[in-house]
Every structure is written in structure tokens, then in C-alpha cells.
Design a protein. Sequence first.
Length: 511
Amino acid sequence: MPKHTSKVERMLLTDRGDPSVPPPNWEPLSTSALFDETGKTRPDVVRTHFAKEGILHEADVLTIITKCALIWKDEPNVLCLEDPVVIAGDIHGQFYDLVNLLSIGGDPSQQKYIFLGDYVDRGCFGVEVILLLMCYKIRYPTTMIMLRGNHETRHLTAYFNFKREVLYKYSIGVYNAMMSAFDCLPLACLVNDRFLCVHGGLSPELKQISDISALHRFREPPSSGPMCDLLWSDPLDEKEEDPAAPQLFMANTTRGCSYVYSHAAACNFLEENNLITIIRGHEAQNEGYHLYRKTSKGFPAVICIFSAPNYCDTYDNRAAIVMLNCSVMNIRQFNSSPHPYYLPNFMNAFTWSLPFVAEKVLDIWTNVLKLIAVNDDQIALDVSDAVAATGGAVTAVPATTVSGGGDGCGILDQRGESIRTKILVMGKLSRMFRTLREENEDIVRLKGLAGGALPQGALQCGPQHVQATIQGFEQSKEIDCVNERWPDCPIEEDLTPKSNVVTNALTGSFL
């Protein structure tokens, strides 16, 4: 902690409401602790530091990104690896689940790993996930394999939360450097020359493995074409296949881009390239994995692996990894790990408290209106008594205030009805704000699942309805389907590569 901090500041940084919860590590990790004397990273130190919610110096972050980008740049589009190896699917910013994954799969100093992409977005710890994996890549460049996913792009990180996260924790310079590094990620990996690992899947334009090797990958992926297909395509749901009239590739309406490939298309590609199966990520799975239809060799044509348990803190799914040894495959499942609390979308406490303030203001105005309504009812009663006492002649009430065919209190009835309507509306608003306050986290999560807009009537039905809406894998997946599509509203300045330390280093290395 800096020496110049005041006594109050030290108290705020160290005193905890719950002493059993340790405070975050406020000091950035020193450069000497991060790098050894040869300039390589110490990933185990970084892992422990990040687990305590620590950060790094920005200059060190840029050094890590640059070193890793230079390693990726020298790798081919399709890497080759021999087992034993652990294959992991999407992580999506779930750092504490990644730590659990590494403990289950084995220490990267002794175990080979292939990660299928989608390290960032959706979760709140994408920065920690990608920086830790980069540190492992720098330390073990030949045994830590990292492939590109569809979220390792400017387009999706600007649309989802990774850009916001980097700006919150570091700066736009770090974000631009990270995007340039993502442009260098390889696209596929062959294990034992028999298992193809890729993020999404196949393309009608890719017949041979050599076709993948021939692609120009050092760029922002386009919205169509073979590079897009490798990152975005999906296997066709077995329930939708028509054995009588099999098709190889069809438009992927779920994603809004690329294709779905049939069992026949997968079998043709495997046969053509003498492969056993395709191992891919890209899709949330309730059990963490899904085995598609078997080929004539008796092995699933496609295996889908998803390694983010309780995805988005709502799916309640398990996660899985593939452990391949001597061409024998085992699938290990695991559940989610507890993680530190983050306000959704890195919201500050003042913004978070607005629903509570609004609820209290509405309560005050509702009570004021009720008092006005009571007074108006009393005035109406007094006027009615006066009308009755004078036999219907009211000379003291101006004509502009009397209506209703001689009824001296008609306008007062209208005012009373108007106020009662306002009270009902204010009460409805008050209930909505109470729901916002009580279920703020769930509502923000539900809004994120539903593409930025709450389902109609979600607030009016109360907290129980909000909780019920986001419970269960199938419900969450159905609500979240809008976020599985190619975003329709790109921000052009976010898609243009920016000059940064990584591009400068890459330019020098290409010369």
C-alpha cells in the first residue's frame, strides 16, 4: 500500500465487513517477480496473484502481449502435437474455473494443453484469463497451444464486455495491443495426425488440411469465407438431419453467418484427410460435452467441448475437458468454482444504488398523493353537504369548477379519480423499482442474456418471475440465443486495427 495514503484510506482498503474474506491485492505485481532473469514469465506467480484479484503494471502487460504475439506469429495456421494432451473448450472470462481446470488437467509445466479459443467476453475476468494463458505460452511455447475463437476479434469484444473490462482495468492501449495479438492466433491443431482441433468447424471451401494452412489469418476475421467458417460454423443438430435427403452445408440461421455442417459433411472431411474426429468448442453444453453421431469407424464424427461451468452465472451447466493419451480419450467433467463478486458490467456503487433511491422517492410521492386524495375526498364530501343544505343552489362555487349536470362536486370527482389513477401508476412503478433493487444483479444478467432488452413484463411480475426466467440450462440458452449471433451493429472505429507496440514489433519481425 502506498505510504502517502491517509488513515481513512488505509481503513477503507483493509477493513472488511466480513473478516473471513481477504481484501484484494492492491499492489501490482513487481516486474522482478513477474519475469525471471531470462525474460520468461513466471505463470505460477501470476496465477496466485490474479487469484487474489491482483493486477500487473501496464508496461508489463504490454510486454507479455508483445512476447506472446511474436510466438504466435511464428506458428503455422495448423499446429501439430502428439499426445498426451488436455483439450479445453471455451473459457469466456471465468478465471477461477480456469484455475480449477488446470488443477484437474495437470500443471502446464508437465502437461500439454490445447485451448480451442473464446478466452474472453461474457465473464468478468477475461483479462486475467488471457494474460495467465499468455504467461504459460511464453513459458512453455511448444506445449501450450492456443487457437483463435470467434470472440478473439475486435467485432465481438467491442460488442460484448471484454473491451469495457480492459478499459476498466487498464487502458485503450492494452486493448489495441491485445486485438493485434489476437490476429496472430493459429486456427487449428492436429493431434497424432488423427484428431483435428478447431474452434467452430468445417467450411464448404476447405477440403484438405492444406487448405487451412493456405489461409491468410493475420487479420480481423471477415463475416464470410473459410476463415469465418472455422470460427463460426456448427454441426447440424441430429434431430434436424434428413437421412433420406442429406445435405452437406446449410445456412447457419442461429449464428447469422457461416454454415451448419451435416454428419455426411463431417464424415467426408474425415475420410478425405484420414482423420478420426473433429474436436471443437463454440457451443454451451449442459454436461460440458456432446458426442455427435458415430462414423463407420465407430467414433463420434464431432466432439463438442465446453469448459465454462455455470456459464454467465445462469446456465447451471457442467464443464468438461478431453484428456487424450495413446489415442485413448477420457472426458473429465467439473463444476463451477466460487469467484469474487463484481457488479455487472463493472458498474459503480452509485449507479447500482439508483433503483433504491428511485424506489424511496416514489414511495414519498405515493404517500403525498394519498394525502391529497384523502383531502380531496373530504372537500368533495363538504361540498356535497353544502349542496344538500341549500337545495341544490351553490352560489359560492365558480362555474369553472362545477360540472356534471348540476352536481357541484363533479370536477372534484374527476380530480379524485385522476389522483387515484396516479397512485395506482406510482404503486406499479414502485413495485418495479423494488424489483430492480432486490433483484438488480439478476436483472442485469437477464438483460445481458436477452441482448440488452428485458423480456416484456419481467419487472411487473416481481422478483420470483425474474429468478424463474433465468433458471435452468435450456431456458438460459433460449434467452441467450440472440448473443450467439454475429452482431449486426459493428462500430467501425473498433474494427480498424490501431498502431501499437504489438503492431510495431510484428512489423519489425516480418521485415
